[in-house]
Ligand binder design. Structure first.
Ligand code: GLV
Length: 309
């Protein structure tokens, strides 16, 4: 039994070293070094190159380094029978919640406008919003959505949620399924997308949805670029129906330099930093799943192949 670490960014060595530091008796390899393919039982991965996961004949678990697993389902070379796990981590959830709170408050208090004004030495007070003025609508009431709702409520926001099926979450009116989507949208002055990216949710942030939001709402996408139809957002921000948007994720990352989001005064972009897997917090759950694999026990945080999350 052994673990292979697969990721194409500059964090490959750091994750491998951190795994070794916490599991010195386990054979742990980087996919870039020579390693015995038949010994590998667990692959810890983030955006693997295609035709990589099919090289391991005894693979028993594919573990995402993050909360998302969409990049695994997109790769048709990934064997279909191997269980997939994802990260469910309180640090990931609180980081996300802090980021969304910062975006909402920055938007309310016109902070990006003032920064732009400052660079041009413009003194121009604006009207501002208060927490009591708005309702925040969260699309996707999984671990991240629930934590965000909890923190928003603590900060006196009214919160509504939308989930695939009915959920009971203290203090949140949760609407479920397509039949209740428009009611949910009609209440959401700030719409936060925290949905998993699946066949069903691809392109869900589109004109049809924006039309249902109250006038002057603000859209936050911290899930995946694939949820958003970029042209539709531009249309609804430019025609004044939406007051603006905060986007942390894009179809192509880094966002291409010619993309209109870069220079749009009402669209705040950030480089996919809302919530980044914390090595110290995530390693123990990866190793716990490896131990379960060794002992033939059920895995934690296994993803449903049917639901894609
Ligand atoms: C980050 O985008 C993640 O899925 O953890």
């Amino acid at each position: 039994m052994a673990i292979v670490v697969i990721r194409q960014d500059n964090k490959l060595d750091a994750w491998k070293k951190a795994l070794i530091a916490k599991a010195s008796n386990t054979a742990i390899y980087s996919y870039l070094e020579d390693h015995p393919k038949e010994e590998i039982t667990m692959a810890c991965i983030w955006k693997q190159p295609s035709e990589t996961l099919n090289l391991y004949p005894n693979l028993k678990c594919i573990a995402s380094f993050g909360a998302g697993v969409d990049f695994i389902f997109k790769d048709h070379s990934v064997p279909k029978h191997i269980p997939i796990t994802r990260v469910v981590d309180p640090v990931l959830a609180s980081d996300m919640s802090e980021f969304v709170l910062a975006l909402i408050l920055g938007f309310f208090k016109n902070l990006t406008t003032y920064k732009t004004d400052q660079l041009q030495k413009i003194w121009s007070p604006q009207e501002y919003k208060r927490i009591s003025d708005v309702t925040v609508g969260i699309m996707g009431m999984g671990a991240l959505g629930e934590k965000l709702a909890e923190d928003l409520i603590k900060n006196r926001f009214r919160v509504v949620g939308w989930a695939k099926s009915k959920k009971i979450i203290p203090g949140v009116e949760v609407y479920a399924g397509n039949s209740q989507k428009n009611t949910f949208l009609s209440l959401s002055n700030i719409l936060v997308c925290l949905l998993p990216l699946t066949k069903e949710t691809t392109g869900i942030l589109n004109s049809k949805l924006f039309r249902e939001l109250p006038k002057q709402s603000y859209v936050i996408n911290v899930a995946r670029g694939g949820h958003l139809v970029d042209e539709d957002l531009l249309e609804y921000v430019n025609n004044g129906h939406l007051a603006g948007a905060g986007l942390d994720v894009f179809h192509e990352e880094p966002l291409p330099v010619e993309h209109p989001f870069w220079n749009h005064p009402k669209i705040q972009i950030t480089p996919h930093v809302a919530s980044v897997s914390d090595i110290d917090s995530v390693i123990p759950q990866l190793l716990e799943n490896y131990r379960r694999l060794e002992e033939g026990l059920p895995l934690m945080n296994e993803v449903s192949r049917e639901k894609e999350y």
